[in-house]
Design a protein around this ligand. Structure first.
Ligand SMILES: NC(=O)c1ccc[n+]([C@@H]2O[C@H](COP(=O)([O-])OP(=O)(O)OC[C@H]3O[C@@H](n4cnc5c(N)ncnc54)[C@H](OP(=O)(O)O)[C@@H]3O)[C@@H](O)[C@H]2O)c1
Length: 285
């Protein structure tokens, strides 16, 4: 199995989950730049993987607004290069996508048949990546996920906990709603799906939904932090890129395929914090 974007938060989790049972080759951006067609060709031909987990992505949502070319090159064009060679090799191809392909105007959970309509450059580049994946490789899985946190990378929860060590009070956005997801649960869902031949689009996120404020407050509570969390509105903290207001994802299609149980986001958060605790107790090398 070959994993792209090997230094990323999800790629590292995927590598750990898969290598207990499979031969896994994870390539970081210095070993495989997905926008370099020649390099993509050489690496994929030499490794000849049965499954490609394409976790490399341009993920800087705000920077993408001033850097659209790079965002589209990595997320769309790079995806096409990998998917085309995956098709040629007869490999299964897993493309990770995002809740940001939706405009956030739906009042309930997004399902796979809902129409994407991104409202920022990152979202458009990821949507185009979905199209490239599905058009270029007949064995493509497109897995949309949201609000990731994991032990291998910087994420919102970790930023909040870091801030709480320095600040007594934090104002956090309460009018953006989504489904926080532990990378470990996502990695297990991907591992399940890639053993099937049920190609197409899937959503995977923890059960339930919350605002960024509710997520921050829960994390601080579980860590017994004395820092206070205050709700605020998005327009009080304008960002360069617009954010969709309501993007909880329904994972019902995956559940109907037999995957589960999927934890509620509060349980997933607790599991993540416990893993962080354990990791911090390990001797540093
Ligand atoms: N994080 C979230 O909350 C979230 C939510 C929904 C969906 N997703 C999707 O989930 C996937 C994994 O996200 P993540 O959180 O693991 O992201 P991440 O930690 O930012 O990892 C992305 C990796 O892609 C690599 N990369 C960037 N450009 C590349 C290129 N040209 N060639 C090869 N590798 C390149 C980066 O390499 P460097 O280390 O060298 O920069 C980085 O290691 C992405 O597809 C993302 O869109 C993420």
């Amino acid at each position: 199995m070959l994993i792209t974007g090997g230094n990323g938060q999800l790629a590292r989790e995927m590598t750990e989950v898969l290598q207990t049972e499979h031969l896994v080759r994870s390539l970081d951006s210095s070993q495989l730049d997905v926008t370099n067609k020649g390099q993509v060709w050489n690496e994929l031909i030499s490794w000849n993987p049965e499954v490609i987990i394409h976790a490399a992505a341009y993920t800087q949502v705000d920077l993408a607004e001033s850097n659209p070319q790079q965002a589209f090159e990595v997320n769309a064009l790079g995806t096409r290069y990998i998917a085309e060679i995956g098709e040629m090799l007869g490999a299964k191809f897993v493309y990770i996508s995002t809740d940001y392909v939706f405009d956030g105007s739906k009042a309930s959970y997004y399902e796979e048949h809902d129409s994407p309509l991104p409202i920022n450059t990152y979202g458009w580049s990821k949507r185009l990546g979905e199209v490239e994946a599905l058009q270029s490789c007949s064995r493509s899985f497109v897995i949309r996920t949201s609000w990731l946190f994991g032990i291998h990378g910087r994420n919102f929860v970790q930023k909040i906990l870091d801030l709480a060590t320095r600040q007594r009070e934090l104002s956090i956005v309460h009018d953006q709603i989504g489904s926080p997801t532990h990378t470990l649960d996502l990695a297990r869902a991907i591992a399940f799906l890639m053993h099937t031949e049920r190609y197409g689009i899937y959503h995977f996120a923890s059960l339930g939904h919350c605002s960024w404020y509710e997520l921050a407050e829960k994390a601080l509570h579980l860590k017994k932090s004395t820092t206070t969390c205050l709700p605020c509105m998005s327009n009080e903290y304008p960002t360069v890129a617009a954010r969709p207001k309501n993007t909880p994802l329904s994972s019902i299609k995956l559940q109907q395929l037999g995957f589960g149980p999927i934890p509620h986001w509060e349980i997933a958060l607790q599991a993540y914090l416990e893993r962080m605790e354990q990791a911090s107790r390990l001797p540093q090398t």
